[in-house]
Design a protein around this ligand. Structure first.
Ligand code: SF4
Length: 256
């Protein structure tokens, strides 16, 4: 329930995936929440940006739907809440995660880190959320802030700060890096990103996510020019190079 009324906190949901296998450990029910303030040039869900869209659910309705798939989750699986950007719907996220954790569900949050701040009222809520969340998937899209701003429309300052906070409290994290040729594929920056990741004490996995063009049609449907027109997905060699420079094979806790 919300703090000031008997009305349930409603969440705006972009889409649901019953059997996710790439957004956290094991088989997972993945909830993609609506709304994102970033404007990544490679975004493959540009239709998830608008905060006013999406299907409205209460936590109870959504949890009931997810728990129908519980028998598939086995030991490692559970629920992942992704987006859009899930931290933008913090009150709903708190309500949902609290109830899901009371049911003993393993919870992963997949976040861009963009809303993170140590200021109130966000920070107290984020700290409470930490009681219910088992794992964060955190994208670090580019370590150089100027390139990050060009690529995503936003600074990476608060994203790196969120990574540092999660390290301070020892919350397990998987770092994901979207490899975009001409932007986030420079050896020098990959080495800097590797050095930054090595300062963190909680990283269980590092993943390279190769840029792809599967979501281009969504930009067209929204009447938007696609900003990465002419940029192709990275070659196998560049993907291997990024994996090598980021030492992804060294983070083996969940591999296999
Ligand atoms: S953070 Fe994710 S949802 Fe938001 S614009 Fe970037 S890729 Fe799209």
């Amino acid at each position: 329930m919300s703090e000031n009324s008997n009305q349930p906190v409603m969440g705006r949901v972009y889409s649901l995936e019953s059997f996710g296998s790439v957004d956290g450990p094991g088989v997972r029910f993945v909830i993609f929440l609506q709304g994102c303030a970033m404007r990544c040039k490679f975004c493959h869900n540009a239709d998830s940006w608008d905060m006013q869209k999406g299907d409205l659910y209460s936590s109870d309705e959504l949890l009931k739907k997810a728990l129908r798939f519980r028998s598939y989750w086995a030991e490692k699986g559970g629920i992942t809440i992704s987006g859009g950007e899930p931290l933008l719907q913090m009150d709903f996220l708190l309500d949902f995660c609290k109830k899901a954790k009371a049911e003993g569900v393993d919870i992963t949050i997949d976040s861009s880190g963009n809303p993170f701040t140590r200021k109130e009222p966000f920070f107290s809520k984020f700290q409470e959320l930490m009681n219910y969340v088992d794992l964060f998937l955190l994208d670090i899209k580019e370590i150089d802030d100027e390139i990050h701003k060009d690529l995503t429309g936003c600074s990476n300052g608060n994203i790196l700060e969120m990574a540092q906070y999660l390290s301070e409290i020892g919350k397990p994290v998987w770092i994901r890096h979207v490899l975009v040729p001409e932007y986030s594929d420079k050896d020098e920056d990959l080495k800097k990103l590797d050095a930054f990741i090595k300062t963190l004490k909680n990283v269980e996995r590092v993943e390279v996510l190769p840029y792809h063009t599967l979501g281009v049609f969504k930009w067209q449907e929204l009447g938007l020019d696609y900003p990465l027109e002419g940029i192709n997905p990275p070659s196998k060699e560049r993907i291997a190079n990024a994996n090598e420079l980021l030492h992804t094979a060294d983070y083996t806790k969940y591999l296999g």
